[in-house]
Design a protein around this ligand. Structure first.
Ligand code: UDP
Length: 424
């Protein structure tokens, strides 16, 4: 049996004052016809990255709403995760395709995982991202409804790699994307549904943390809490552009010499490339004593990420490609001035000049940081608007509501007006 993730318990009632009353009532109404339905989430890792972040909250809240929900992790060795990382990069546009051997490795691990997964026991199976997408191929006759949740942008993929995945994707009942623009252009796709992810305002990463507590935590990492800090929280991945962040920091430092930079990035176990990029980041930092490159290896867990986001004068997310960018959601929720790449889901979160700063280069990123450090009052006004935007659109109760709407739709239950966007 695939490994089960222990997500603990969460109570919907705790979110009542953070979400609107109407939304909580809607969740209860939508959950009514779904009581006891069996749901399995399947993903590649329970640690690091957005999917893990979402499921640790979404799964226990689905349980609290009355559904019978499990989250299971597929098995894979390094050869498999090397292939899935290539697939991930190719879907973001990397021209390198898969060799025949790599395709065989991908299929073999999906078959092995399928053999350990009694899919027919569930009413709904939710497969996250491409790594386990082909498990469905082992279940040709089925009563279970299969939903695939893509967490990145599929609009400009490497065509060969996309074509390799399409036969599996076509078998699903529904495919969910963050944004309309992210749909792959291909024939025969399942019905597509659009909704963005969300953050949990009550987790240790996002709960209110006093400035004093945040400073205390950062002080322990050697940060000078009296001097301004720029920070990016991200996996060490070329698409997150940590090297570009260092370039921006260097440009800021020429004008504001006391500035410091923290690059905080966890190492997901399905990301072998992470170490290589971590080392490249360290090299690029070139022993600058004001650059702090930290990871979970330095004990940076959820509370510490929270502290870095709360304390930073500027939170940067200089992505070149981005699925959604939960780190941006997290920073905005903490009312931090946020400077981010004008890409992907970041654009749905930040309106340039209103709720934050959107940038297209390291030079623009530096310019925005300088503006923020020189005029913190104006920066705060934007940041507060950003927080309200997140409150309305990107907190977990809304995400739970969207899932319940879809389950009802797939179960043929009449639940009144639909709040989700169905594309085809
Ligand atoms: N994250 C973390 N520690 C780190 C780096 C990232 O906890 O060192 C979390 C981050 O706070 C966010 C998630 O991982 O919740 C990353 O999600 P995002 O959508 O920004 O990017 P992804 O990694 O999914 O591409």
């Amino acid at each position: 049996m695939l490994q089960l993730v222990n997500v603990g318990h969460k109570s919907l009632g705790d979110y009542a004052t953070l979400a609107s009353r109407g939304l909580m009532d809607e969740i209860r109404r939508l959950a009514e016809p779904l009581q006891g339905k069996r749901v399995a989430h399947v993903s590649a890792t329970a640690f690091g990255g957005g999917v893990a972040e979402i499921n640790y909250t979404l799964v226990p809240l689905m349980v609290d709403a009355g559904l019978d929900v499990e989250w299971r992790i597929i098995r894979g060795a390094e050869d498999f995760f090397n292939v899935t990382k290539s697939i991930h990069n190719a879907l973001q546009g990397d021209p390198r395709s898969l060799t025949t051997e790599e395709q065989a490795i991908f299929r073999r691990y999906n078959e092995l995982n399928a053999a350990e997964f009694p899919a027919d026991d569930y009413d709904f199976v939710i497969i996250h991202d491409p790594q386990p997408i082909a498990i469905i191929d082992s279940f040709p006759d089925r009563g279970t409804r299969w939903i695939w949740r893509g967490h990145i942008d599929f609009s400009t993929p490497n065509a060969e790699v996309m074509a390799f995945l399409l036969p599996s994707l076509r078998r699903y009942d529904d495919a969910i994307f963050h944004m309309h623009e992210y749909l792959p252009s291909a024939d025969g796709l399942p019905e597509a549904v659009i909704w963005p992810p969300a953050i949990d305002p009550l987790t240790p990463k996002n709960m209110a943390l006093s400035p004093e507590d945040a400073s205390y935590i950062l002080d322990q990492f050697g940060i000078d809490v009296e001097r301004p800090l720029l920070c990016q929280v991200s996996r060490f991945d070329p698409w997150k552009d940590p090297l570009g962040v260092i370039d921006a920091y260097r440009a800021v430092k020429q004008r504001i010499p006391q500035v410091q930079l923290a690059l905080v990035g966890s190492m997901a176990h399905d990301d072998p490339e992470g170490w290589e990029y971590y080392n490249r980041t360290l090299e690029h930092a070139a022993d600058d004593p004001d650059i702090f490159v930290l990871s979970n290896m330095n004990n940076v867990g959820a509370v510490e990420v929270n502290a870095f986001q709360v304390h930073s004068s500027v939170v940067i997310q200089k992505s070149i490609k981005e699925g959604f960018g939960l780190t941006v959601t997290e920073a905005l929720w903490k009312a931090r001035p946020t400077v981010a790449g004008r890409v992907g889901g970041i654009v749905a979160q930040i309106t340039d000049g209103e709720t934050g700063w959107l940038v297209d280069s390291s030079a623009e990123c530096a310019q925005a940081c300088i503006e923020i450090l020189r005029d913190p009052a104006e920066a705060r006004t934007r940041a507060l608007k950003g927080k309200e935007h997140v409150r309305r659109h990107f907190l977990t109760p809304r995400l739970l509501r969207d899932w319940l709407v879809l389950f009802n739709r797939l179960a043929g239950n009449e639940t009144g007006g639909s709040t989700i966007t169905v594309v085809r």
